[in-house]
Ligand binder design. Structure first.
Ligand SMILES: Nc1ncnc2c1ncn2[C@@H]1O[C@H](COP(=O)(O)OP(=O)(O)OP(=O)(O)O)[C@@H](O)[C@H]1O
Ligand SMILES: [Mg+2]
Length: 512
């Protein structure tokens, strides 16, 4: 922690910033500053205004009121490319890469370094290699974005932000979908930025990260600034209370609903899906929550997709109940009682142009139809509101288009819709990413509730802490194989050690 920051100058000063959308006051007279070279955390529940604040800073949104002083001058950037040219880089919460272009092309997109207005192929490659070397990345430059996994795409976003000299780097949930190793690597990079006097505005829902890397913390609640604190002078409890406005209790010991005495609901035998899944076998029982963890690239998502019929597996056997299955499509899987809450809400989970309530009821639409075939909108809205309350989904109205929801609230919609299908087997793949602490707790208890009704649950997450908290039993994947199986009460570090397996990994090392 930097004790002398008090004397330092600010790189950014925000005064009285307000921004409204139809039906929502997203920011109300927010004032804060970011000092030179500090790492400043911006925290708050889903929908509290964090992304909106960053978008107002960089000119992606026009602010309604307030002033922004950047590098001693009052600014009003007309677009992110203008603020980018002035030294503010952003790692956006949502995707901003162009899938058809290569890694390298994306990294230098919008970069006009050369006199002719664009970078030559040779200059670009040279610069790419310098970035890789100085920051320790090793992604192949010619790979198309479309062929990369979510974690690797995030890494490209990070490279893009680092590719040019900035004075301020804004990171909106940069570690979402990164493995622990990759996140550690990012923290080293942030440390390096700090040494160079570059400031970082860091948005996250993972409080461990905040206490590890930040100097100060600003908390937003319902679009208002609640407090700015020195990280060294506060603790998690205080921060959580400021965020949610009430005292939260960790839940107590919980019981297991696993029906090990019954035959398994789902059996997986020697399943191979090249190139990442190399022969996986396990059973999941009614009422059981089976946790699966492992590094990025260890095969977790690929297995989930094979189980769900999103990809066909190459060999092996999957049995559900007493039927052997190899689904050709997700809709076939859904019909036989499997649901997948996917890792990537944008492409797999939501129809962004649809209203929120439609997204929630869509996969279970049969339940809302009367015998004469009419869909009861009344019941759809009622269900939507039940979930809205339970998961505290922030929206202006049930009719709002889903794309206007904040990142975490979109994820809550995805989770609601799959919980509604009343599956026999529920697969959750990194599903609580970007969801705030309070809602995470809610989701864990809904998962437990489902387990108590006999649903078999496969809970996949690279966050060991989370898997540890919800699972009855934990499998650790490493390089497409099961490297270990653990019961309740195993220590987290033991699980983590098994996941890493003594091998060091660099960012972007394991392709999807
Ligand atoms: N373009 C938009 N149109 C309408 N409403 C919007 C738009 N962008 C944001 N909002 C609303 O503004 C509020 C704040 O959203 P914002 O995305 O800033 O939250 P956040 O703090 O980043 O949340 P999260 O942690 O979920 O990412 C939300 O109620 C959201 O629905
Ligand atoms: Mg956000």
């Amino acid at each position: 922690m930097n004790v002398k920051t008090e004397e330092l100058e600010n790189i950014l000063e925000i005064k009285g910033l307000s921004k409204s959308f139809p039906g929502v006051k997203a920011l109300q007279e927010v004032s804060m500053n970011i000092r030179l070279g500090e790492v400043h955390a911006l925290l708050g529940e889903n929908g509290s205004g964090k992304s909106t604040l960053t978008k107002c800073i960089v000119g992606a949104y026009r602010k309604d009121a307030g002033s922004i002083v950047y590098n001693r001058e009052e600014v009003d950037f007309a677009s992110p490319s203008e603020s980018f040219k002035n030294g503010i880089s952003v790692i956006y919460q949502e995707r901003s890469l162009i899938p058809k272009l290569t890694v390298e092309q994306n990294v230098f997109l919008g970069d006009e370094l050369s006199k002719r207005g664009f970078l030559s192929q040779r200059e670009m490659r040279k610069k790419y290699n310098v970035i890789c070397e100085s920051f320790g990345f090793r992604l192949p430059p010619d790979e198309k974005i479309a062929s990369l996994g979510v974690a690797q795409q995030k890494i490209v976003e990070i490279m893009k932000a680092l590719a040019r000299e900035s004075k301020l780097v804004i990171m909106d949930e940069p570690t979402a979908s990164l493995s622990k190793q990759e996140a550690d690597h990012l923290f080293e990079i942030i440390e390096e930025l700090r040494r160079k006097g570059i400031s970082t505005l860091y948005i996250t829902h993972i409080l461990d990260e905040v206490f590890r890397i930040t100097d100060r913390i600003t908390v937003l609640r319902d679009g208002k600034k609640i407090a700015t604190l020195n990280t060294a002078d506060t603790d998690m409890e205080e921060v959580v209370n400021l965020m949610v406005g009430e005292i939260l209790h960790e839940d107590e010991e919980r019981e297991s609903f696993s029906r090990y005495e019954l035959p398994p609901v789902i059996s997986v035998r020697d399943v191979v899906k090249l190139p990442r899944v190399g022969g996986i076998s396990f059973d999941v029982y009614a009422g059981e929550i089976l946790g699966i963890t492992g590094l990025t690239g260890s095969g977790k998502t690929e297995l989930a997709r094979s189980l769900f019929g999103a990809d066909r597996f190459d060999s092996g056997k999957i049995t559900i109940g007493d039927r052997e299955v190899n689904y050709k499509s997700p809709s076939e899987a859904i019909r036989s009682g499997i649901a997948l809450v996917p890792e990537d809400r944008k492409t797999d989970g939501l129809i962004l142009l649809f209203e929120v309530f439609k997204n929630i009821t869509l996969p279970a639409i049969g339940e809302f139809s009367s015998r004469s075939g009419f869909i009861s909108k009344y019941r759809e809205l009622k269900t939507c509101n039940e979930f809205r309350k339970k998961l505290n989904i922030r929206l202006a109205s049930e009719y709002q288009q889903t794309k206007f929801l904040s990142g975490g609230n979109q994820q809550k919609v995805v989770i609601s819709k799959w919980l509604l299908t009343r599956p026999k087997v529920l697969i959750m793949d990194e599903s609580t990413q970007g969801v705030d602490v309070k809602a995470k707790g809610e989701i864990y208890s809904i998962v437990r509730q489902l387990a108590s009704t006999g649903v078999a649950i496969i809970f996949i997450s690279s966050e060991v802490q989370e898997v540890h908290r919800v699972s009855d039993r934990i499998l650790v994947f490493r390089d497409g194989k099961i490297a270990g199986e653990f019961g309740r009460g195993t220590r987290q570090d033991e699980i983590l050690k098994t996941a890493i397996g003594g091998k060091t990994k660099f960012m972007g090392g394991g392709a999807r």
